[in-house]
Structure formats: structure tokens, C-alpha cells
Design a protein around this ligand. Structure first.
Ligand SMILES: Nc1nc2c(c(=O)[nH]1)N[C@H]1C(S)=C(S)[C@@H](COP(=O)(O)OP(=O)(O)OC[C@H]3O[C@@H](n4cnc5c(=O)[nH]c(N)nc54)[C@H](O)[C@@H]3O)O[C@H]1N2
Ligand SMILES: Nc1nc2c(c(=O)[nH]1)N[C@H]1C(S)=C(S)[C@@H](COP(=O)(O)OP(=O)(O)OC[C@H]3O[C@@H](n4cnc5c(=O)[nH]c(N)nc54)[C@H](O)[C@@H]3O)O[C@H]1N2
Ligand code: SF4
Ligand SMILES: [Mo]
Length: 697
């Protein structure tokens, strides 16, 4: 008997923005094993359990194998012909009755660059709607807006991760990377070993704070006051780096004056930290980079979603950037989703065309009208942002097409959202599992998973990496791009969606970015290879740009444009009725809305949503560790299990957002938006504890 040896194919993980490389063993056309590889250009073979576990889901018995169509209120298996007819008739009828903008398109940061580009073209050319946006509004929009304003460009991390090991001081501001981007911990630990202070700022102790040399248990939403006060101390004690500020920034004088009154004493109550702790932290940061020959970027401040997912997030990040630059340091966000970076560059944002071009820029509009072969007047303008679009559902938005997001679990104020989605005339969801959002749809189309389609992903460092197809979609499921192309063709534009394979989409996409801020036009699949290329890469001989800000920032004058920021509070603060802060985030065992990880063996490690709180707070409500508890906000109530944490602030409860039903914390969260980025305030609202007798098993 001949034994068929498995073939190994290199691709990247389906989950987070690190985008670790894996070798997939394929036998007779199917993936049978996946192994990390030391050749991984990002993390050198260090991976996490989510990635290691990913293959479990590919052949999972709950994979969607046929389209589903709602009949008499129930989703039933249907042929593609029947499902497509329903989709296209639904879209046409919404457009005929209410106009093109009555149909919304909602994408996600897990989709490849090719799929994102195609979705942008699909929305603007085939659906002719202005209303396309995506879950990155819930994720990266705040950091992106602040970086674009100050640096002139948002490139996420403006240096390769391994450079972290050379830093003199690292601040992890509301970033729990030991649970959310685990392989990044190795670089933090190396920097610590080399003597760099590691400062973690988070309302709750985490695995990341245990890697730190210093930990600041900030009050939820207290970040802006803290950043202003730290800068005040830097200036008051004359630590600022004048030569650097003069050479590389504009606006310092105004910023300097604006923090005169922001003393640590002023900030103390607002951020819940002692004035001495604030002063000592500023001194620690300043002294770590005080050598006369200290290099640019010796101090690095990295944010996660903690300071970003706030109604004042953009101002908070601008204040953090001012702080970093005052010491000749650099700020950067840690991008979250697998293609969180490419996802925000290539046109699924309501105000953007592919390449990070503004949809309101006449030159960009002209370029894209020509590229897509349409009349410029037919190219829609700026549309509604994600949460605005979801809130318009059942109102001005009558139909919604969702691909790559499970908004019923992941969007704020979810009770209202479910009601709104039920009012839609047409809800179409493309997914590979029946997510909570898909379960409400009129039509569900079975799409592709990460190893069933080719493409590229841009990781948190701005490194463009290859995804490789290793097996076919199961049953009747189809690759996402084929689904989009077919609907586009059926909507009357067959010639615009004539791609034969995904590389053709890639080629069309990279050409479209030529001359744009996010210029990918020098890339080919071959050039990307297994090590990836950093964008921008504007021509075929260009090596890519690992460190775009090393000498200049991206504004025309090459400088960072510092912005004056004023203090303000969160949209909803604790009061007599709802006396505690509720904040939310992630658990190491789950990914996002949990569509995938709640179906995997990882679920057994974290089967329920936990309400993490200080034992004294719990015991005041006669709650033991593990007890069932109801939490209530002005928007909703939910069922959780108490988790004691003696290092937690006594005014704060933390819950992760990966669960559905009555354990979905987004039934309670606030949809207050940042005025610039339109980011919902997932990290701050007011809550009360209601004792429950229900027992969760
Ligand atoms: N295991 C796992 N990993 C993931 C994901 C996942 O779902 N699961 N998702 C991926 C995605 S899309 C993203 S965006 C990243 C997110 O990665 P992170 O930003 O690391 O994750 P979060 O848990 O949302 O938030 C980080 C920390 O912010 C803290 N925090 C809460 N409120 C505040 C506040 O007001 N101020 C400050 N300073 N901190 C606060 C929380 O306690 C939490 O520890 O993770 C990626 N990786
Ligand atoms: N309370 C609270 N809420 C939050 C956050 C928080 O910190 N707190 N964080 C926010 C953040 S940062 C994010 S990024 C969002 C994430 O939340 P979501 O936008 O819901 O993201 P996912 O859970 O990744 O949803 C992706 C869906 O698309 C499917 N999918 C994944 N990949 C593909 C693909 O390639 N093709 C197709 N067709 N389908 C695919 C998955 O099965 C899943 O159902 O949640 C936000 N919500
Ligand atoms: S760190 Fe992120 S990319 Fe790497 S294996 Fe884990 S989930 Fe996948
Ligand atoms: Mo995210």
C-alpha cells in the first residue's frame, strides 16, 4: 500500500493581528494538522492556544453547508439559486422603494485585503450605497483618527515587534497583550530583562500587569486626566526633550501651556490614583530615557482598547501621543483583528476608498470612478458609521448585508439592536457558522474559512502576509469573493465582477492604491513570499517600509502636529442608582463574539461570562466566589458568575463580551460615541449589582 505523505503549506492564523505563521499538513486535499514554525517572521514560532486550536473548527459539524432561507419564520436549507434570488430581489425591492442608501453593508477586520477591496467595490458600484462600514469602528477607529491627525498617517505599529526589545521604557496602556496578543509578551519580557521599566495602566490586574515592573490601577475612563497630569509633571520638572520637539513637531508651545493646571492633585480623583503615584510614574518614564544620547522612540507607549473605546477616546490618544513625544518617544496602538490593519485601509469605512483615500477628496473620487469604470456622479459619498448604521436599522436603513461580524453580540446596547434588526425588510448574512446575527437573517449564505481561500492580511506591524488556500469549502459553501461577485453580477454589473481567481482581485486592488497613502502597488504574491512586506510599498523594486516615522512623520512638513486636548468626563458616570463602573474586554480562551471559540474545546475552560470584582464588593452583596449575579445598567440586565479578584479596584466590575443570550454584556453597555471616531464607549458605563438566586451550571 502506498502511503500519501502530507504536503506542508505555510499560511497565517485565522485570529488576531499578530498573524502567526503555521504550516498546514494536507492529505488528500484536506488539512489534517497545523504546526507553528520558527520561520514565522513576526513572532518566531511562539503562538497561542487559540491559533493551535483553529483546525477544530474547520470541519466542525455545525459548519453551514447550504444556504438558508427564512420560510414561515424559520430558516430552512435552500439551493443557491433560491437563496440568490431572494437576496437580489430583496436588495432590489429595498432600493426601489427607499433608494440605494436604504441598504447598508457591514464588513469586518477578519476579511482579507482582497475581500475588503471587493466589498468596497460591491457596496459602491453594485449596491450604489454610501452606507458601508465595519466592525473596525468598534476596534481601531479611535487610534486611527488620532494617529492620522497627529502623525499624518495611521500605520498601527510603526516598527517591527522585535524592536520592542531595544526600548528603554514600555508603557502598556489598557492593553492586556499577555491574553490578547500572547506572543508579543516575549518581546516585552526581553526589554524588561535588559532593564527597561514596563508600566501597565489598567483598572484590573491582568496577566499583562504581572509581566510589568509597575502597575497603575487607573479608574475606568480616567486615562485622559492621567495623561494630562503626566505631561504636566514632565514640563513642571523640565524633563521635556526640546531639541526633539523643535525638530520633529509643531504645536508644542500651545500644548505646554494647556496642561498648566493639570496637576497630579487635580487628576488624582479623576483617574483614581494618588498624586505621588502620578509624579513617580512621570519621573520613571523621563529618567528611563534621560541619557543625553537617547534615541528617538526609546520610550514607547502602546495602547490596547482600554483608553480607545471611550466617548473621549480620540482626545485621550492625542494626549497620550503628546506625552510620548514630549520625551522623544513614540505612541502606537496594538491592532486587534487578523486584518484589522488592512481592513481599515481598503475601503470598508464609510468615509474611505481603498488605499486610505478619502471618499470626499475629488481627486480620489475621480481616480476610483475611472478605475471602476463608472460615472463619478454615481460614486456614493460618505455614509453612516457602524453604530450609526445599526441604529438606523428599521428607520432609514431597511436592508443590511453583513459579512465578517456578529453584531448582535459585539455591538453596544444590544437589546435595542436585536429589535432593530428584526424590523429590517431584508437582512443577509454571510458566515460559516450560524452566528447570533445570522440566526435573525432573511437569508444566510455559507461562506469560506481562512484556509479555504487565498489572499493577503496586514498584521499589527503593517506587514502584508499571505493567506493560502489549502482545501475547498465544504458542502455547498462558497468562497466569500465568489458570493460577492455573483450578487454584484446579478445586480446588473456582470462585467465589473468578472474575476477568475483571487489573484486577479489582488492585482486590481494593488493598482487601485497607486499613489495613495496606503500604497500597496509594488506588491505581488511572489514578493510577499513567506516573510511579508511592510506597506507602503509604492513600486516593484521598493523593499517596503518597516519604520515609516524613523526620520519624518507623514504630514507634508514631515512633522508631528501636536494637538491641545481639554479634559472631559465619560458619557455615563456612576451615581446613586448605578454606583459602580462597568468595563469590558477579553478572555484568553475566547475570540470576539465567540462564534468560533464557543464551538471549540476552549469553551470548556471559560464556559460562562464572569463578573470580575473585588471580594469586599461581592461580600457586601452576600456574594461568594462563583455565585450567580445579575448586573444591571440603564440599558439592560444580564446573568453572570462572580469572580473574586483581591487586586481589583473596589469601584469596578469587569466582564468579557464573548457570550450570547443573557450572558451578553453588550445588552448592558453604552452606545455613547466618540464624536470624531464614532467609537462606542465599551470601556465605561455605570452599573449596579443585583443579587440573583439563579444558579449557572
Ligand atoms: N483572547 C483574545 N485575543 C484577542 C481578541 C479576543 O477576542 N480574544 N480580540 C482581538 C481584538 S479584535 C482586539 S481589538 C484586541 C484587544 O486587545 P486588548 O486591548 O488587550 O483587549 P481588551 O481586553 O479589550 O482591553 C484591554 C484592557 O483594557 C482594560 N481597560 C478597561 N477599561 C479601561 C480603561 O478605562 N482604561 C484603561 N487604561 N484600561 C481599561 C481592560 O481591563 C483590559 O485588560 O485583542 C485581539 N486578541
Ligand atoms: N463590550 C465590548 N464589546 C466589544 C468590544 C469590547 O472590548 N467590549 N470590542 C469590540 C471589538 S475591538 C471588535 S473587533 C468587535 C468584534 O466583534 P465582531 O465584529 O462580532 O467580530 P467577530 O466575532 O470576529 O465576528 C466575525 C463573524 O464573522 C465570521 N467570520 C470570521 N471570519 C470570516 C470570513 O473570513 N468570512 C466570513 N464570511 N465570515 C467570517 C465569524 O464566524 C463571526 O460570526 O467587538 C467589539 N465589541
Ligand atoms: S497570537 Fe494571534 S495570530 Fe498568533 S496564534 Fe494566537 S490568535 Fe493566532
Ligand atoms: Mo478589535
Amino acid at each position: 500500500m502506498t502511503v500519501v505523505q502530507p504536503v506542508l503549506t505555510r499560511t497565517t492564523c485565522p485570529y488576531c493581528a499578530v498573524q502567526c505563521s503555521f504550516d498546514i499538513a494536507i492529505q488528500t486535499g484536506a488539512a489534517i494538522a497545523m504546526k507553528p514554525t520558527k520561520d514565522c517572521p513576526v513572532a518566531g514560532g511562539s503562538v497561542c492556544k487559540k491559533g493551535l486550536n483553529a483546525l477544530e473548527l474547520v470541519n466542525h459539524p455545525e459548519r453551514l453547508l447550504t444556504p438558508l432561507v427564512r420560510k414561515n419564520g424559520i430558516l430552512e436549507p435552500a439551493s443557491w439559486e433560491e437563496a440568490m434570488t431572494r437576496v437580489v430581489e430583496g436588495m432590489k425591492s429595498v432600493r426601489a422603494a427607499h433608494g440605494s442608501n436604504a441598504y447598508g453593508v457591514f464588513g469586518g477586520g477578519s476579511l482579507s485585503n482582497e475581500h475588503v477591496y471587493l466589498l468596497s467595490k460591491f457596496a459602491r458600484v453594485a449596491m450604489q450605497t454610501a452606507n458601508i462600514d465595519y466592525n473596525g469602528r468598534f476596534c481601531m477607529s479611535t487610534a486611527a483618527a488620532a494617529m492620522r491627525a497627529v502623525y499624518g498617517m495611521d500605520r498601527g505599529l510603526p516598527f517591527p515587534l522585535e524592536k520592542l526589545t531595544e526600548k528603554d521604557c514600555i508603557v502598556l496602556w489598557g492593553a492586556n497583550l499577555a491574553e490578547t496578543l500572547p506572543p508579543v509578551s516575549q518581546f516585552i519580557l526581553k526589554a524588561r530583562k535588559a532593564g527597561a521599566p514596563i508600566i501597565v495602566i489598567d483598572p484590573r490586574p491582568t496577566r499583562t500587569s504581572s509581566l510589568a515592573t509597575h502597575y497603575l490601577p487607573v479608574k475606568p475612563g480616567g486615562d485622559l486626566a492621567l495623561a494630562l497630569a503626566l505631561l504636566h509633571v514632565i514640563i513642571d520638572e523640565a524633563y521635556e526633550r526640546w531639541a526633539f520637539l523643535e525638530k520633529r513637531t509643531v504645536g508644542w508651545d500651545k500644548v505646554m501651556k494647556s496642561v498648566t493646571d493639570c496637576t497630579p492633585e487635580w487628576a488624582s480623583d479623576k483617574c483614581g490614583l494618588g498624586a505621588k503615584m502620578i509624579r513617580d510614574t512621570a519621573r520613571l518614564m523621563a529618567r528611563a530615557v534621560s541619557a543625553p544620547n537617547a534615541k528617538f522612540g526609546g520610550l514607547v507607549i502602546l495602547s490596547g482598547r482600554g483608553p480607545e473605546q471611550q466617548s473621549k477616546g480620540v482626545d485621550t490618544i492625542k494626549a497620550i501621543i503628546n506625552l510620548a513625544l514630549s520625551l522623544g518617544g513614540i505612541y502606537a496602538p496594538l491592532t486587534g483583528q487578523g486584518n484589522g490593519q488592512g481592513g481599515r485601509e481598503h475601503g470598508q469605512k464609510a468615509d474611505q476608498l481603498p488605499g486610505y483615500r478619502s471618499i470626499q477628496d475629488p481627486l480620489a473620487r475621480g481616480y476610483f470612478a475611472a478605475h471602476w469604470g463608472i460615472d463619478e456622479d454615481d460614486l456614493p459619498g460618505k455614509g453612516l458609521s457602524a453604530q450609526e448604521m445599526l441604529e438606523a436599522c428599521g428607520g432609514s436603513v431597511k436592508g443590511l448585508f453583513v459579512i465578517g461580524s456578529n453584531v448582535v453580540v459585539s455591538a453596544p446596547n444590544a437589546n435595542k439592536l436585536e429589535e432593530r434588526l428584526k424590523k429590517l425588510e431584508n437582512l443577509v448574512v454571510v458566515d460559516f457558522f450560524l452566528s447570533e446575527t445570522a440566526a435573525l437573517a432573511e437569508v444566510v449564505l455559507p461562506g469560506s474559512m481562512w484556509l479555504e481561500t487565498d489572499g493577503t492580511m496586514t498584521n499589527l506591524e503593517g506587514r502584508v502576509l499571505r493567506r493560502r488556500k489549502v482545501q475547498d469549502t465544504p458542502g455547498e459553501a462558497r468562497e466569500d469573493w465568489k458570493i460577492l461577485c455573483e450578487i454584484g453580477a446579478r445586480l446588473g454589473h456582470p462585467e465589473k465582477f468578472l474575476y477568475q481567481n483571487i489573484e486577479e482581485i489582488f492585482e486590481d486592488f494593488v493598482v487601485s492604491t497607486r499613489g495613495a497613502p496606503a500604497d500597496y502597488s509594488g506588491l505581488t504574491y511572489e514578493k510577499i513570499g513567506t516573510r511579508g512586506v511592510f506597506w507602503p510599498c509604492p513600486h516593484p523594486n521598493h523593499p517596503g517600509t518597516p519604520e515609516p516615522f524613523a526620520k519624518f512623520f507623514a504630514h507634508q512638513d514631515g512633522r508631528a502636529h501636536l494637538a491641545v486636548v481639554k479634559y472631559r468626563e465619560g458619557a455615563e458616570m456612576p451615581d446613586l442608582e448605578y454606583p459602580l463602573f462597568l468595563t469590558t474586554g477579553r478572555d484568553v480562551n475566547h475570540y470576539q463574539s465567540g462564534t468560533q471559540t464557543r464551538r471549540s474545546s476552549l469553551n470548556a475552560k471559560s464556559p460562562h461570562a464572569l463578573a470580575q470584582m473585588h471580594p469586599s464588593l461581592a461580600l457586601r452583596h452576600q456574594l461568594e466566589n462563583g455565585a450567580a449575579v445579575k448586573l444591571e445598567t440603564r440599558r439592560g440586565v444580564g446573568d453572570f458568575k462572580v469572580l473574586f479578584d483581591a487586586k481589583m479596584r473596589t469601584d469596578t466590575v469587569f466582564v468579557s463580551f464573548h457570550y450570547a443570550g443573557s450572558e451578553a454584556i453588550n445588552r448592558l453597555t453604552s452606545a455613547a460615541l466618540d464624536p470624531t471616531s464614532k467609537m462606542p464607549e465599551f470601556k465605561v458605563c455605570a452599573v449596579k449589582i443585583v443579587v440573583s438566586t439563579q444558579v449557572l451550571v
